[in-house]
Design a protein around this ligand. Structure first.
Ligand SMILES: [Zn+2]
Length: 67
């Protein structure tokens, strides 16, 4: 008889095999640490957007400051 083995996946961060079961909270990651590492990489990639160009300070607008 075949054992009731859960499907295994490889952790995207460290390649450690992880059982695809409800008890594995961080699947497909093996741990919260690996999940945060992966999400952190993703976040740093997306947040690489240049800030808006600063306006020159000589362009004073009285309506703007009284707002
Ligand atoms: Zn891992």
């Amino acid at each position: 008889m075949a054992a009731n083995t859960p499907p295994m996946v490889a952790c995207p961060t460290c390649r450690k095999p992880v059982a695809w079961i409800a008890a594995e909270t961080f699947k497909p990651f093996c741990s919260e640490r690996c999940k945060l590492i992966d999400l952190g990489d993703w976040a740093t990639e997306t947040h690489k957007i240049p800030g808006p160009p600063l306006l020159d300070e000589d362009d004073e607008n009285p309506d703007f400051s009284s707002y």
